[in-house]
Write a protein that binds this ligand. Structure first.
Ligand code: NDP
Length: 444
């Protein structure tokens, strides 16, 4: 049995109830097989794969808070500190009722390789809670965030672990978390990223994941001789990643015809009006169905199925496993040319394999959405320097990082004889740096 298969079987036996984590590990190990085979003896001796699949530490804690009716509520908080071989743990916090250990381990594992691809010195981590911010008052969100940080602050720090936002954690939540960290420790330091501009945040961080997604999409299309301008796109979700992906797509002359949220999707054949989406989602925190009520000609459809809207470019930017085989088949039948993942693991393994086999250009999340964490890395640099770079400077650095990621991913795929397989390329390129650092640092 190969080393990668052996490790996967051990991981399955030890974690039978963690499907998302197993899915992420399997995808990475499968595409690393070509690299591992060449160095099997050395890696086996060092127990490299046994160590790389196991988080360095998982912290799980109670988060008690009082709601607006005066009732005590208790949520479960987590921080998964996955791998610190190339830098302090870095990765977002997710607040969503679906959050559990499996989802955070999958996200943390992916984060290790993603952070490595950025070229910046950041290890991988992830955290969050099953708290649902939807429908909560600002005071309730603050009470939760303060209680969450009252435990988390013991384990984080600017050189130890630097959390950021993710689903359900935007500027408001980062503000509450930062305020409580500062109050508990007395330290004014870059312990969180995604901060507001008045207290250490970086310009372009809000837009970075969406912009970065389009920068790498454009590199991939350019390399294949395909023009982005004039293409029709569908972008799923209507949160942070989706909104700024749409903004950048439109600036390149592409037409976005559909977006969604967790209750349904809207199709606007004339092109999505982003100012209206932003008003509904960023200002009113409302439902996407309101778009159809406000824009003549737009149609709202309840439920899933956004993939039925014909497009050239499909960007899943909502959540894990949102696009399955059925949807992938419809996309191909309608002539999709490229899929790039703004979300983490939004495409199931079956759907990914099908799209690749059908010749669709496919860029996986760990490369495609790395612009967010890369710009978080730039925020950390600015905090350490006690300087703020201009919008143009940060955007230029982000753009260069995404160009560089595309080059690394494409090159790694070519080096291992799988040119054009960006899933393999991203896993291999991300792994190489982490593996080298782990080998150099001994058995830790
Ligand atoms: P947000 O919370 O800002 O937005 C998430 C969006 O996805 C919302 O519109 C939400 O709808 C929608 N959504 C959630 N679940 C579903 C579902 N089951 N079906 C359809 N739509 C759904 O999160 P982000 O934009 O920050 O994150 C989106 C993805 O991108 C996540 O996978 C995240 O891990 C990843 N990511 C984010 C980064 C960042 O910088 N923010 C960086 C790298 C990756 P509703 O409004 O109804 O909840």
């Amino acid at each position: 049995m190969s080393y990668t298969q052996e490790i996967y079987e051990k991981v399955v036996a030890k974690n039978p109830n963690e499907p998302e984590y197993l899915q992420a590990v399997k995808e990475v190990l499968d595409s690393l097989q070509v690299v591992i085979d060449q160095n099997e003896e050395t890696y086996r001796k060092a127990g490299l794969l046994e160590r790389i699949v196991e988080p360095e530490r998982i912290i799980s804690f109670r988060v008690p808070w009082v709601d607006d009716e005066g009732k005590v509520q208790v949520n479960r908080g987590f921080r998964v500190q996955y791998n610190s071989a190339i830098g302090p743990y870095k990765g977002g916090l997710r607040l969503h009722p679906s959050v559990n250990q499996s989802i955070l381990k999958f996200l943390g594992f992916e984060q290790v390789f993603k952070n490595s691809l950025t070229g910046l010195p950041m290890g991988g981590g992830k955290g969050g809670s099953d708290f649902d911010p939807k429908g909560k008052s600002d005071r309730e969100v603050m009470a939760f965030c303060q209680s969450f940080m009252t435990e988390l602050y013991k384990y984080i720090g600017k050189d130890e672990d630097v959390p950021a936002g993710d689903i359900g954690v935007g500027g408001r939540e980062i503000g509450f978390l930062y305020g409580q960290y500062k109050r508990l420790t007395g330290l004014y330091e870059g312990v969180l990223t995604g901060k507001g501009l008045t207290y250490g945040g970086s310009l372009v961080r809000t837009e970075a994941t969406g912009y970065g997604l389009i920068y790498i999409l454009k590199e991939m299309l350019d390399d294949a001789g395909i023009e982005l301008a004039g293409k029709t796109a569908v972008v799923t979700g209507s949160g942070n990643v989706a909104i700024y992906a749409v903004q950048k797509l439109q600036s390149y002359g592409a037409k976005v015809v559909a977006m969604c949220d967790s209750t349904g999707y809207v199709c606007d054949p004339d092109g999505i009006k982003l100012d209206i989406i932003k008003d509904i989602k960023e200002v009113k925190r409302g439902r996407i169905s309101e778009y159809a009520a406000r824009v003549p000609g737009a149609v709202y459809q309840d439920g899933r199925g956004i993939w039925n809207i014909p497009c050239d470019i499909y960007l899943p930017c909502a959540t894990q496993n949102e696009l399955g085989l059925e949807g992938a088949k419809v996309l191909v039948a309608n002539g999709v040319v490229a899929v790039a993942e703004g979300a983490n693991m939004p495409t199931t393994r079956e759907a990914t394999d099908y799209l690749k086999a059908q010749g669709v250009l496919f860029m996986p999340g760990k490369a495609a959405n790395a612009g967010g964490v890369a710009t978080s890395g730039l925020e950390m640099s600015q905090n350490s320097l006690r300087l703020s770079w201009t919008r143009e400077e940060v955007d230029e650095r982000l753009h260069n990082i995404m160009r560089d990621i595309y080059a690394k991913v494409s090159d790694a795929a070519k080096r291992y004889g799988v040119a054009g397989d960006f899933v393999a390329g991203a896993n291999i390129a991300g792994f190489e740096k982490v593996a080298n650092a782990m080998m150099a640092q001994g058995i830790v």
